[in-house]
Design a protein around this ligand. Structure first.
Ligand SMILES: *Cc1c(COP(=O)(O)O)cnc(C)c1O
Length: 343
């Protein structure tokens, strides 16, 4: 069995999901006729305390659809300097929505609201209009943002009539780490995007949520982007299991991440970024003098362990449904062997 630590997107649909998918009642969702998609959207809206939800093919799709729906071409969109929308969505906001992206720093204790306030554009013939602010929780860095910080950003945005979109790809991980209901996080913005296909194990899909009015507009933009799916209930059936049965299992991923972090620290010169260990992602550095990146990747692959290469000099191991504590022991044992044979 392969131990895959590259991401929680590698999770496989469970047997319950496969059965639900095979038996799903479906219709043409572009006509609004798919009862299973409708059920998933209602369930998500209820769970996250928003008026309406829309099933979309991916998290990137949901974020980009939100940007397209909130903004006009030429708007400026403010995003955190390490966020997924900026770093991992192929520059889509420029291509699809014709917006300009500007970044604000996200520090250890969240967004500096005073700095952010200075970045909002006033009236000037030279300036683009600030069309949207994007928050992310949990963040791609592995950290969560406190509710208080999110609320401060939201009240600033509301005072200037600027909408907030929350990239909540891992909102249920964030809720677990913060010890709050996910509704409370979703309440700190006008729209929110939620991934079903990460720790929640659905094979495909995300949800974009917001007001009825916003979702109606987003539904048309989804069609424009080629995301009007037909008998999508086959996919939504798995998503329903994600929301009803899989949220509580995230606790196991968080526990395993902390266990993995502790065991990684047994390896000489391996330095875990403890201040970013909020969810199911463990970031660490391991100097090239101890073992090179390619030697580690190839060596672990021979032991049936898949990892990604470094980004900004950091490794990221992500715990997920396919990784248990015995697997973690095997990963550590394998790493220790590789390191001792390397030098
Ligand atoms: C995974 C992720 C997304 C969306 O990713 P897709 O692979 O397009 O589903 C968006 N934002 C964050 C923070 C993510 O981690």
């Amino acid at each position: 069995m392969l131990i895959d630590l590259r991401s929680d997107t590698v999770t496989q649909p469970t047997q319950t999901m496969r059965t639900a998918m095979a038996n799903a009642t479906v219709g043409d969702d572009v006509y609004g006729d798919d009862p299973t998609v409708n059920q998933l959207e209602r369930l998500a809206a209820e769970l996250l305390g928003k008026e309406a939800a829309l099933f979309v093919p991916s998290g990137t799709f949901g974020n980009q659809l939100a940007i397209m729906t909130h903004t006009q071409r030429g708007n400026e969109v403010l995003v955190g300097d390490d966020c997924h929308i900026l770093m991992h969505e192929v520059g889509a906001a420029a291509v699809l929505s014709g917006v300009q992206i500007r970044t604000f720093p996200v520090l250890n204790d969240g967004v500096d609201v005073e700095k952010l306030a200075l970045m909002l554009r006033g009236e000037d013939i030279h300036f683009p209009d600030t069309g949207l602010i994007c928050m992310e929780n949990a963040q791609s860095s592995g950290k969560t943002v406190s509710l208080a910080n999110m609320a401060a950003v939201y009240s600033l945005a509301q005072s200037q009539n600027i909408p907030i979109h929350i990239d909540g790809a891992r909102i249920f991980n964030a809720a677990l780490a913060l010890g709050v209901d996910a509704k409370k996080i979703a309440a700190q913005g006008d729209s929110v995007n939620v991934c079903l296909s990460k720790g929640l194990c659905a094979p495909v899909g995300s949800l974009l949520l917001g007001t009825e009015k916003f979702i109606k507009k987003a539904r048309k933009n989804r069609k424009l982007m080629g995301g009007g799916l037909r008998q999508a209930g086959i996919l939504a059936a798995a998503g329903i299991i994600s929301l009803t049965e899989m949220i509580s299992r995230l606790e196991e991923d968080h526990r395993n991440a902390r266990y993995l972090a502790t065991r990684l620290e047994e390896i000489d010169s391996c330095s875990v970024l403890r201040n970013r260990l909020d969810i199911n992602m463990v970031f660490f550095t391991l100097p090239e003098s101890v073992i090179t990146e390619s030697a580690l990747i190839e060596g672990l692959l021979k032991k049936n362990i898949k990892i990604s290469g470094t980004e900004n000099g950091e490794y990221r191991f992500v715990t997920n449904h396919g990784v248990n504590s015995d697997d973690i022991d095997w990963v550590i044992e394998s790493m220790k062997t590789l390191v001792s044979h390397y030098s």
